[in-house]
Design a protein around this ligand. Structure first.
Ligand SMILES: [Fe+2]
Ligand SMILES: [Fe+2]
Length: 187
C-alpha cells in the first residue's frame, strides 16, 4: 500500500467525529476514546487526596460498567476483524480481558473501605495499561494499515448500535458534547 494513499484514507476515516452522538465515528476512535475515559476514572479513584468510600464506590461502578461495555465491543466486533491480521496479539488480548473481568468480579465483592480495595484497583490499572499499550501500539496500527476505512466505519456503526442497545451510562462516552472533535483537532 502506498503511504500517501493510506494517509489519505486515515484522514477520511478520522474526519467525521462528533461529540453529540458519535454518528459517524469509526471503531478506532470509539475504542481509543473509551481508553482515555477509563484512564480518567482511574485517576479519579487514585487522586492525591483521600477519596471517600462512597465516591470510590460510585466511580468504581462507572469504571466497571465502562470496561465491561468496552471489552464487549472489542470481543464481538473488533477482535474478529483484527484476528486474521495479528492472531497472537488478539488471542492474548482475549486472555487479558478474562484477567480483567476476573479482577472486576473480585472488586465488586470488595468494599472500598476494605484494605485490599486500593491494591486491587492498582493491579487492575496496571493490567489495563499494559493491555491498552498493546492495542494502541500494535493492534490498532496493524489494522489501520491493513483494513479499508469502510471497515472501520462499519465496525463503528455496529459499536454504536451495541452501545445504544446496552442502554448503559457507559455508552455515553463523552458527557454532553463540548465540541472537541478529531475533525477540529486536524486544523
Ligand atoms: Fe481490549
Ligand atoms: Fe481496548
Amino acid at each position: 500500500m502506498q503511504i500517501s494513499e493510506s494517509q489519505e484514507q486515515s484522514k477520511l476515516r478520522r474526519a467525521p467525529m462528533d461529540d453529540g452522538g458519535m454518528d459517524t465515528a469509526n471503531a478506532i476512535d470509539i475504542l481509543t476514546k473509551q481508553h482515555r475515559e477509563v484512564e480518567a476514572l482511574f485517576a479519579e479513584l487514585q487522586g492525591q487526596e483521600k477519596v471517600p468510600s462512597k465516591t470510590k464506590q460510585k466511580v468504581f461502578e462507572k469504571l466497571a460498567e465502562k470496561i465491561e461495555l468496552h471489552t464487549k465491543l472489542e470481543e464481538k466486533i473488533f477482535y474478529p476483524q483484527a484476528k486474521p491480521l495479528d492472531t497472537d496479539t488478539v488471542l492474548e488480548a482475549f486472555e487479558e480481558h478474562d484477567g480483567v473481568k476476573a479482577l472486576l468480579k473480585k472488586l465488586k465483592a470488595t468494599k472500598p473501605a476494605d484494605e485490599s480495595f486500593d491494591a486491587k484497583i492498582s493491579v487492575l490499572k496496571e493490567m489495563i495499561q499494559h493491555h491498552v499499550e498493546e492495542e494502541e501500539g500494535e493492534l490498532f496500527p496493524t489494522c489501520e494499515a491493513e483494513l479499508d476505512p469502510e471497515a472501520f466505519d462499519a465496525m463503528g456503526m455496529k459499536m454504536q448500535e451495541m452501545m445504544a442497545r446496552s442502554g448503559s451510562s457507559a455508552a455515553r462516552t463523552n458527557g454532553r458534547g463540548k465540541g472537541k472533535t478529531k475533525a477540529n483537532r486536524k486544523h
